[in-house]
Design a protein around this ligand. Structure first.
Ligand code: PXL
Length: 268
């Protein structure tokens, strides 16, 4: 048997059977970074690259039990949360993270799918603000999610800064307002750590017909880099470059949105 210190990360997220987003995208992202991926499933969706046709959220106890089982066995270096689906699941995940003292928690505050289906109701969002954000090292909202979490309408970089300030005030150590949904030739991810604003910039990749899974992949790449020992700002910059490459190499696998190539660095 080989012994080595392959770091492990845990995703707590929903299943996307098309493999574009959700825990499947997270596990591919972890694997592409050389990080062992563990997954606690929160919800099962029926969807393809065109859209979502249904979903069932698992019981909060079962979600908590998955996290406990993993943490009792495997040293987890970083955690990523994605679709949580219901307030009770958000509460159970926050409680498990607290009780098990899980490190380096990256919260992707998933609320709506790229195709427009609501994935967390208003009670769930309130629970996320009250219970999960205070346990996060970093939360990674896109612009619409940052508007909901902060109550600030964002139409300028100054608005994004104000939103980031307010979200950080909810108790997370840091926030990254991702720039994929904002206009412009450049994508600017805005990181606020409670003291300083940092910007990570990259040229916007053209994605004709749209891509699916960028938010999940970004947050998973931040978690993977944290698991590898990177400081947060480096992890954010590396995750941005990784997602840009995965978009540039995206492939039309189904009839709808293109899917990211999570292995673009290693598959020729
Ligand atoms: O992109 C957000 C997201 C997260 N998790 C699951 C999803 C989606 C969007 O479709 O299906 C399971």
């Amino acid at each position: 048997m080989r012994t080595g210190n392959v770091p492990a990360a845990l995703t707590i997220a929903g299943s996307d059977p098309s493999g574009g987003a959700g825990l499947q995208a997270d596990l591919e992202t972890f694997a592409a970074h050389g990080v062992h991926g563990c997954s606690a499933v929160t919800a099962v969706t029926s969807q393809n690259t065109v859209g979502i046709t249904g979903s069932v959220v698992l019981g909060a106890d079962l979600v908590g039990a998955q996290i406990e089982a993993i943490a009792a066995d495997i040293p987890i270096r970083a955690v990523k949360t994605g679709m949580l689906g219901a307030a009770a699941v958000v509460e159970a995940v926050a409680a498990a993270i607290g009780q098990l003292d899980l490190p380096q928690v990256v919260v992707d505050p998933v609320m709506v799918s790229s195709s427009g289906t609501r994935l967390l109701d208003a009670d769930g969002v309130q629970m996320l603000r009250a219970e999960l954000l205070p346990r996060a090292l970093v939360v990674t909202p896109n612009v619409p999610e940052a508007e909901v979490l902060s109550g600030v309408a964002i139409s300028s970089p100054r608005d994004a800064q104000e939103a980031a300030r307010r979200i950080q005030g909810l108790g997370c150590s840091a926030v990254i307002v991702t720039g994929g949904h904002a206009p412009g030739d450049e994508v600017v991810d805005l990181l606020f750590d409670g003291r300083t604003f940092h910007q990570c910039r990259t040229l916007r990749m053209a994605a004709p017909g749209g891509v699916h899974g960028t938010g999940c992949t970004f947050a998973a790449a931040v978690a993977a880099n944290l698991a590898l020992g990177c400081p947060l700002l480096d992890a954010a910059a590396r995750a941005q470059a990784y997602v840009a490459g995965a978009i540039a190499h995206a492939r039309a696998i189904g009839r709808g949105a293109a899917l990211l190539d999570h292995f673009w660095r290693t598959s020729g």
